[in-house]
Design a protein around this ligand. Structure first.
Ligand code: AOF
Ligand code: ZN
Length: 330
């Protein structure tokens, strides 16, 4: 299953609106007979790739899959049936498919006499597929809030200058984050203050082949026609949605599964206050200012008992910055 999770990760950034899924098929003697992963929506499911590679060796064998095999006729046939046709004796999967139509593959397999085991390495498989699972369970896009701040929690100096607080390596990593999401969201305040481009670029500034949708929340129509975010480097959606929830509903309508929330402090505060931040990635730079705007505001929190606390699952050093990633506790 650990290998299946590794295979699933190969699809990161290319499968939307579909999940990332990995599969390994063992022959009856326990040797690896085939591997597969899902590469893009509309393409073959992970199980189908692994079964094709295994051929006749799948008969009497075991399939390890990171997501419960599907039960539906969608763009491709149901994997539960493909596993039965291949004569697999045992299916081990990590996470149940929350889909009303897609789910239920485990029951189909059990009813046909296959030995089914669920929940193996569920935590790892949840993590690799976090965006899609959140979207499928909550019926709204997954929201990752990325923030860069000084050690004393500021996003800029008192005169508004902010280039640069975080390291060059941290800023490159942000482009990796952008490449993996369907949409980047910023508020009109950030667009007016920084005139960001909100595109995914490589080291020498060239645009990545796949660009996320740029989204600007501009309730009062303040964004000027010449803003860089409105150029033709990538599609842009200017929204007048009244709340973060309404904005996410609009984005879901457009097929968005994952959102990177980038700016600024007030918009992030509104998302947090609404319980609509699923993961925080903070680049904390070893830099002190002592004055200047906070990296987060407008949460409405006034007392320590109401603080948003994170369950941190990753801490690393990135070009001298401390990168902290975690999920707000609900
Ligand atoms: C995938 N890849 O490897 C597996 C999936 O759009 P369709 O017809 O390809 O069906 C997508 C659904 O199938 C998906 O939302 C999930 O419920 C299930 N399993 N999907 O894209 C895969 N195993
Ligand atoms: Zn399938």
């Amino acid at each position: 299953m650990a290998r299946a999770v590794e295979l699933a990760a190969r699809g990161a950034g290319t499968t939307s609106p579909n999940p990332v899924v990995g599969a390994v098929v063992l022959a009856a003697d326990g040797t690896v007979a085939g591997e597969g992963w899902h590469e893009r929506a509309g393409g073959p499911h992970a199980e189908v790739g692994a079964l094709a590679a295994a051929g006749e060796r799948a008969r009497g064998g075991t399939a390890y899959v990171t997501l419960e095999p599907c039960n539906h006729h969608g763009r491709t046939g149901p994997c539960a049936q493909a596993l039965l046709r291949a004569g697999v004796a045992r299916v081990v999967y990590a996470v149940a498919d929350p889909g009303a139509v897609e789910g239920g593959g485990a029951d189909t397999l059990r009813a046909a006499g296959v030995d089914v085991l669920a929940g193996v390495l569920a935590e790892e498989a949840e993590r690799v597929n976090e965006a899609w699972l959140t979207s499928a369970r909550r019926h709204r896009p997954h929201v990752l809030w990325k923030v860069a701040a000084t050690l004393d929690g500021r996003a800029a100096a008192a005169d508004g200058t902010s280039r640069w607080i975080s390291s060059a390596t941290s800023r490159e990593q942000v482009h990796d984050l952008r490449r993996r999401v369907d949409a980047i969201v910023a508020g009109s305040g950030t667009v007016l203050a920084d005139d960001p481009h909100l595109t995914a670029r490589d080291r020498d500034g060239a645009l990545s082949p796949r660009q996320p949708l740029r989204v600007v929340l501009d309730r009062r129509g303040r964004v000027p026609a010449g803003a860089r975010v409105l150029d033709d480097a990538a599609p842009t959606h200017v929204s007048r949605a009244a709340t973060p929830a309404a904005l996410l509903a609009e984005l879901r309508e457009r097929g968005v599964v994952s959102v990177l929330l980038e700016g600024g402090p007030t918009l992030a505060g509104a998302f947090l206050a609404a319980g609509l931040v699923d993961r925080v990635v903070a680049y904390v730079a070893p830099v002190l200012l002592g004055a200047g705007p906070a990296a987060l505001s407008g949460t409405g929190i006034t007392t320590i008992a109401d603080a948003v606390r994170l369950d941190v699952d990753e801490v690393s050093l990135v070009g001298g910055d401390v990168r902290v990633s975690g999920r707000p506790r609900r």
